[in-house]
Structure formats: C-alpha cells, structure tokens
Design a protein around this ligand. Structure first.
Ligand SMILES: [Zn+2]
Length: 386
C-alpha cells in the first residue's frame, strides 16, 4: 500500500476502535488490563494510549491495580470527534455526519444530475454538508475531518481521478484542494468501494481479507487485506467491473471493450436490458418495483446479471481468498433475488473449499456503507498528515 497524505490504515483503525470500545462504559482500567481485554500486545496498547492521550481522547493517571502501581486509562469526557462522510455516486450523493465510533447522527441524500460536470456536483454537495451539520447543531470548526468517495480510481495524494476511461471529466481535477477550499477542513478523497472496505474492515472481529463490492452505475471492489487497503500502483486495484468475462458479448463497455462484467451485471445494465425487453423507458426504481412484484422478465435478467457478477467475484476470490465479500449499492433492495444468483455464479468459479468458507453477503451497513466508510476515513485521515 502506498502511503502519503490522507493514507489510511484499516488495521490501525480497527485497533483504535477496539481500544476505545473497551473503554466505552467510562470506567478506569489499567493499561495491562486493557491489553488483556482487547487482545492487543502491551506495546500496541502503550503506543495507542500515547497517541490517543496526546489527541485528548484518553486521560492517563498513575494508580494501583491488583496491588501494583499501574498507568490507569479512561476516556476523556470532553472529547467526541465529529466527521462528515460523502458518498458521491454518478447519479446520487449521500452525506452523513457522525462520530469517530462510526455512529451516524444525521443523513441527507439527493439525486446528482450532472456528475459529468465537477463544479455542478460540488455545488450540490456543499449545501447538503451544511444541512447535515445544521440537523445536528455541530458547527464547522467542530468537524475534525471530511472524506468523499467517488466511483473511480483515485490518486489519494490529490484526490484526482486517474482513469480517463472511467471518469473523463474528473481526471486532473484536484478534488482534495477544491473540497478543502469549500469546507475549510482536512479532506480525504478515496475510491468509493475502498471506503466500503474500510467501513467493513474497521470492525475489530473482521481480520484477513475483506472485500466490498459496489454495484451501481458501474461495478468496483474495495479490498482490505489484514486491515490495509489494497489500492494498487495507480489506484485501480479491484476494478472488477472491467474484467472481460466474455469478449464475444455484443455490448461495448464505456471503456471501449466488449465483455466487461459491468455490461451485464451493473444496476445500469440491468435497467437498460429490462427497458429493452419490456419496450419501456425505466428508471432504476421501476426495476426495483418490478423485482419486488416478481416480474419474471426482471427476475431473469437479474439472475443472469447476478451469476456473471458471482463468477467475477470468484476470480477475485481465487487470487485473494477473502474471508468476507459484502455487496452494496441499490440492488441490495432486491435481497435474495440478487444474492442467490451471485452465490451460484461464485460457487461455479471457485474451488469447493473456497466456496464453503467465503462469507458472501449483502453489506450489513446497507446503502450507508460507503458514507460510513467516508466518515471513518475522514477522521483517521485528518489525524495522519505525515
Ligand atoms: Zn469495461
């Protein structure tokens, strides 16, 4: 993983969360007891306590525990860090304000009509950020960090999109500077699926490789291995939407090639295929409505889309052997009608042992997954300027 401004460490985040959770009830605990409770090494606890107390998060005093002199630790009553997470998709934007524990205090979402125009998107996002702050009464100077997820490979040092085939209008736009100018707070810009992986990987019980797959207008996967984001050399790791599973397919992808997974399995491809089949102009909500009404044509298209996605995830799993793969995006509303064909395609593409041990599921954080990941990433990124 590359390091640099705004770089994130999921493992560090998971350890912090674990330590802060152990202190959640407000009691005072010795440092040795804290190591025992969290399962972290004494050295890790000692380093984390030093960092967190210098940030004002913890109060450390000298005391006695089990008859021995000890360093006693408790949460500082005055500190609660707030952040803002932004999930800026191609057609929607979701903004949350919440705490460093990942608790969402307020949320707003709206359609995003002009993603091809960076300024128009930023003009939509600004008022939403102000609105969630107003909903909670949190003032701008109390916001410790902001992060925004976008559906494209990102250079995390500038926030610029690195892949012209995926987001031409946003290439070379220094998004981090633009957002910093707008909000006056530290900003992290990251690939949206990577943020989903951060949200899932931050859970202390989730170790090993964790994959978050965002299926919306396009398809992208975020991968965290042992708590570290796998971005790759140019930020394109996990761009599984452009795996060419079947180059004989007729549809040309927006990347210019045929047979990409996205051309069959994205929410947009399903909407387009169903519209053609039913000879109707459909929006995505129509597709979801037809699926919940068990429309046989809609279910058939979803099944093929799901199985193809499952095969692509199988390829990924044969390389990474992740413990968990979580699906996100609007198709989660279809529930089992989507998940089951994805699982079928996955099973066919992997060894039986991988099929039986990989937990393939809908994201437990639902539609909020990317925004919650952004909330956490903004707060972690804001405190690691080195
Ligand atoms: Zn493609």
């Amino acid at each position: 993983m590359e390091s640099g401004p705004g770089s994130l460490s999921g493992l560090r985040l998971a350890n912090r969360q674990r330590l802060l959770e152990a202190l959640q009830d407000g009691g005072e605990i010795s440092q040795a007891e804290l190591a025992r409770m969290t399962g972290l090494s004494a050295a890790t606890v000692s380093g984390l306590v030093r960092t967190l107390s210098s940030e004002g998060e913890l109060v450390v005093t000298k005391g006695v525990s089990n008859g021995r002199r000890s360093r006693m630790v408790k949460r500082s009553p005055r500190r609660r860090r707030y952040g803002i997470g932004i999930d800026a998709g191609r057609t929607h934007v979701r903004v949350v304000v919440g705490t460093d524990a990942g608790d969402v205090l307020a949320e707003r979402a709206t359609e995003l009509p002009a993603w091809h125009n960076p300024q128009a998107a930023l003009d939509t996002i600004g008022p939403l950020v102000d609105a969630v702050r107003a909903d909670t009464g949190i003032e701008q100077h109390h916001i410790s960090g902001i992060a925004m997820g976008i559906p494209a490979p990102v250079d995390t040092s500038t926030g610029a999109v690195t892949e012209a085939a995926i987001h031409p209008a946003w290439v070379d736009v220094p998004l981090q500077d633009e957002l910093h100018r707008t909000f006056g707070r530290p900003v992290v810009v990251e690939n949206d699926a990577n943020l989903g992986a951060i949200a899932l990987g931050s859970h202390p019980e989730r170790q090993g490789a964790v994959v978050f797959v965002k299926v919306a207008q396009g398809i992208g996967a975020g991968v965290a291995v042992d708590g570290q984001l796998l971005r790759g050399h140019s930020g394109a790791a996990g761009e599984i939407g452009h795996l060419t599973l079947d180059p004989r397919l007729a549809i040309v992808c927006r990347c210019g090639r045929r047979g990409c997974v996205e051309t069959v399995s994205s929410a947009e491809s399903i909407r387009s295929a169903l519209g053609t089949a039913l000879e109707r102009d459909l929006v995505l909500q129509d597709v979801l409505d037809l699926l919940s009404a068990d429309n046989p044509v809609a279910l058939h298209i979803l099944e093929e889309a799901g199985e193809t996605l499952g095969r692509a995830l199988g390829w990924l799993a044969m390389i990474l052997n992740p413990a968990e793969i979580a699906l996100g995006g609007p198709l989660t509303a279809a529930g089992d009608a989507w998940l089951q064909p994805v699982r079928r395609g996955f099973r066919r593409a992997v060894l039986p042992g991988v099929a039986s041990t990989t937990h393939l599921m809908l994201s437990p954080l639902g539609e909020r997954t990317v925004a919650v990941g952004a909330l956490l990433a903004g707060l972690i990124g804001a405190r690691s300027p080195d």
